[in-house]
Design a protein around this ligand. Structure first.
Ligand SMILES: [Zn+2]
Length: 711
């Protein structure tokens, strides 16, 4: 069937050529139609079945050669003629004859009568009137029929409502998904659907409750099978207006197990959303699977649905069994935002105004760095690189120096098409906006995260999975990821009602600020705008990647990121290596979704890699983070704010215990997963050694960083 009409095709059926057939021929020519002429009924039918003309003109003036009405009937007997307009050319009624009725012509299958007139313009007018009227309507009708045929076979549930939301049509998939039959739906208001079924208790909830109680194995609706089938189909038949498939209704009613008769009120609501979310599709698939499953499977799937309906799919439920205060403090302190809010105590966030007046002359290029620094940086590619030594020799400006070295190693300036002068100015601006007064979240932490990120980027599988744009984005993200960090946690800022918390609605407050400020600082001044020479599309992609990575460092999403990584990267990889020897890279390029997960995991691991550093470095970091948390607790007490992490009280805190909890809760699983991907045996060894260190201290009831004898 054709749904487009370019050009119109006309079939003339005239036993012999005369002025009338010529008139139509030239009229077609003038109208731009394609025209065929057939002399016999046989050739006419053959030609029509070949071309499916939109208009057929049959000579009805004389009956000697063929009977026009039987020709018309034979064409009408074919399927394609359903949408064809057939015209009968009849003789002028002579004066003494009364004009004949058109009824016999209509009965024969003609649509119109054309009074013999061989003028080209008369034929032309007739043809274009037919085109603009009936032919166009027929095309719409064809399109409409095809759409409904398609809808009937479509697997997506589709309903059509009137302007006032009254259901006019539903397709079989809709009936299946909703558990209602067409007859029950037509004429109802869509919004009323879930509550219009008088028999329906909230069945799904009932099932879930019953399963939880473990009481029943088979659920009957209160109007179960036995009583349901008869009145149900009766109601249906009474209401139907158009053709229905009674057979399918009754078969569904009779031999279906009771579970199939359930209604899904929540589905109705979900479906009435205009855009279908992935979770809706998942639930639809499960619902469909339930339809043909044994009761036990359907029940299990009900439990699956119950879990899926929660929003925090990736966050573990914090059980009451783990009462370790260190863990719960860390969870409360790091994984919540505005959970505990207190009004009135305004924490005014202090901008870092002290642009350090370093005595150290800034290098012009990476080649001009002082020898002491250059020498240290020679070892920059090693995991055991000592960032605190760099901090010391650079007078707390490690980020500029390490940045210059690392960015040049990865060809960042070439990629961004910017000069090293611009890069240096940018690194200086970013570093100046870290607070050197913070015990932990200062530019040394940023340099440390940059170092770890660069190290991870050098790992074979990471390198093989990412593009250069990802590398550049990751290095930039690491550099800026904590810029202007106030040395307080998100929870603190929310409780204190800080400007930032208000600005970002208590949601990912710090991470949003780091990202936003980084871009503000970068584009504010062309001297330090490392993005100034890349085109708009590149910039957008790069910016997106940087934002995504910095936001991924937010701890409330920790388990979501880790679990997604495990499910999408680790598990397929493990399956692949088990299944075959093929060394093809399941996570590699051309999988942007996976690249995103890898980048998030990379910066997350880089951000909290302290427990995987050599023991001395690990201990120094533990001391710094504890000091920053102690300072927060001090301030919370001073200001009468809720104390977010009570265990981090400098008078009572056991640092080994807090480290053990942090490693147990956040680090072990994440680095196991990251190691399985990136292969990092040295880090895992450090992690084990450091863990042992903290355990030893804890066993000896030591609360500080080292045994007294060691320090
Ligand atoms: Zn950080």
């Amino acid at each position: 069937m054709r749904l487009t009409q370019d050009p119109i095709q006309v079939l003339l059926i005239f036993a012999k050529e005369d002025s009338q057939s010529d008139g139509f021929w030239w009229a077609c020519d003038r109208a731009g139609y394609r025209c065929n002429i057939a002399r016999t009924p046989e050739s006419a039918l053959e030609c029509f079945l070949d071309k499916h003309h939109e208009i057929i003109v049959i000579d009805h003036r004389q009956t000697r050669s063929f009977d026009a009405e039987s020709v018309c009937r034979s064409i009408r007997a074919t399927n394609p003629s359903e949408h064809t307009v057939i015209l009968a050319v009849v003789s002028q009624a002579s004066d003494d004859h009364e004009e004949a009725s058109v009824l016999p012509l209509l009965h024969a299958g003609f649509n119109r009568r054309f009074m013999e007139n061989s003028s080209i313009i008369a034929c032309y007018n007739e043809l274009i009137q037919i085109e603009h009227g009936e032919v166009r309507s027929q095309f719409k009708l064809r399109a409409c029929n095809s759409v409904f045929t398609a809808l009937d076979h479509c697997h997506e549930a589709i309903e059509i409502t009137s302007d006032d939301h009254v259901i006019q049509y539903v397709n079989p998939a809709f009936e299946r998904m909703m558990g209602y039959h067409k007859g029950e739906l037509l004429g109802k208001e869509l919004a009323d659907l879930p509550k219009s079924d008088k028999n329906r208790a909230d069945l799904l909830d009932t099932i879930n409750t019953c399963i939880k109680k473990g009481k029943i194995h088979k659920i009957h609706r209160d109007s179960g099978d036995n009583s349901q089938t008869e009145p149900h189909s009766f109601r249906y038949k009474n209401r139907r207006k158009e053709s229905i498939d009674v057979k399918s209704i009754s078969s569904r009613g009779s031999d279906a197990p009771s579970l199939q008769n359930r209604r899904y009120p929540s589905m109705a609501r979900i479906h009435s959303m205009t855009i279908e979310a992935p979770i809706t599709k998942v639930i639809n698939i499960i619902n469909a699977a339930q339809e043909n499953s044994p009761v036990t499977v359907a029940e299990a799937l009900d439990r699956v649905l119950e879990i899926l309906r929660t929003t925090e799919l990736y966050s573990p439920q914090l059980g009451t069994k783990d009462e370790d205060p260190h863990t719960s403090d860390l969870v409360g302190g790091l994984m919540t935002d505005g959970l505990r809010r207190l009004s009135g105590n305004e924490y005014v966030f202090t901008k870092n105004v002290h642009q350090s007046h370093s005595h150290l002359a800034m290098p012009i290029t990476i080649n001009d760095v002082p020898p002491s620094i250059a020498q240290l940086l020679d070892n920059e590619e090693s995991w055991d690189f000592n960032i605190f030594e760099l901090e010391a020799v650079t007078h707390k400006r490690p980020l500029v120096y390490l940045g210059l070295k690392v960015f040049s190693r990865f060809g960042v300036c070439e990629f961004l098409n910017c000069s090293e002068t611009t890069l240096r100015a940018w690194l200086q601006v970013i570093e100046a906006n870290y607070h050197s007064s913070n015990a932990y979240h200062n530019s040394t932490h940023a340099a440390d995260v940059l170092h770890a990120t660069a190290f991870f980027l050098g790992k074979e599988r990471v390198k093989g999975s990412l593009d250069q744009l990802d590398e550049v984005a990751a290095l930039i993200a690491a550099t800026v990821h904590d810029v202007d960090h106030p040395g307080r946690t998100n929870s603190f800022l929310c409780n204190a009602g800080s400007e930032l918390a208000v600005l970002y609605n208590d949601t990912a407050v710090l991470e949003s600020h780091h990202t936003a400020l980084a871009f503000q600082l970068t584009v504010k001044d062309t001297k330090c705008n490392i993005f100034k020479n890349i085109d708009r599309n590149h910039y957008r992609t790069l910016r997106q990647a940087i934002i995504d990575m910095v936001l991924a460092t937010e701890m409330t999403k920790h388990f979501e990121h880790v679990n997604k990584f495990v499910n999408s990267i680790n598990k397929p990889m493990a399956a692949e290596t088990e299944g075959s020897d093929c060394e093809c890279n399941p996570t590699g390029k051309n999988f942007p979704e996976n690249q995103i997960l890898i980048k998030r995991m990379m910066i997350k691991c880089a951000d909290v890699a302290n427990p995987c550093r050599p023991l001395d470095l690990c201990i120094e970091w533990a001391g710094r983070i504890s000091e920053e948390y102690f300072a927060q607790t001090d301030e919370e007490k001073r200001q009468g704010l809720p104390v977010v992490m009570p265990v981090f009280d400098r008078n009572t805190c056991s640092i080994p215990k807090s480290q053990i909890s942090f490693i147990d809760y956040f680090i072990t699983d994440m680095f196991d997963a990251w190691d399985a991907f990136a292969h990092l045996p040295a880090l895992m060894q450090h992690l084990a050694d450091n863990y042992k260190h903290w355990k030893t201290l804890d066993d000896l009831k030591c609360k500080s960083l080292r045994l007294p004898s060691d320090s």
